[in-house]
Design a protein. Structure first.
Length: 128
């Protein structure tokens, strides 16, 4: 599967085009944004810096706004972490289990995206 995947330089420009000026939802956005920046750096390719973080939102210098579904879910779930003085983070699989969402193919890109969508939908439906 990975052996047949395109290499970073092959997708870099297209990914930047897709993200520029858009709002995206990422489960554990801080981690994924750091991994994307590191991948670009390894190939000496440009990557937009995070210019502002506020709660679950990160703004990149290319006007992309990343919403962290993990931080939003932590608040939604409501388990306080007194040591860190913040809502306790829940891993994606655990969040899915808590919301009755099937955990299938965890830690695979498409599966994680589908599970994140399920968690976001569960939070939205609960707000209705």
């Amino acid at each position: 599967m990975v052996a047949d995947a395109p290499r970073w330089p092959e997708i870099h420009e297209r990914l930047l085009e897709l993200l520029k000026g858009r709002q995206v939802v990422i489960y554990n956005a801080e981690f994924d944004l750091r991994m994307l920046a590191q991948a670009a750096s390894q190939h000496r390719l440009p990557w937009p810096e995070v210019v502002r973080r506020a709660g679950a939102l990160s703004r990149l210098e290319n006007d992309t706004i990343a919403h962290c579904a993990m931080l939003e879910y932590a608040r939604f779930h409501g388990e306080w972490d007194p040591r860190r003085r913040q809502w306790k983070w829940q891993g994606l699989s655990k969040a899915c289990q808590q919301q009755g969402i099937a955990v299938v193919g965890a830690h695979r890109a498409l599966a994680d995206n589908r599970m994140t969508l399920g968690v976001v939908r569960a939070m939205a439906e609960s707000a209705d």
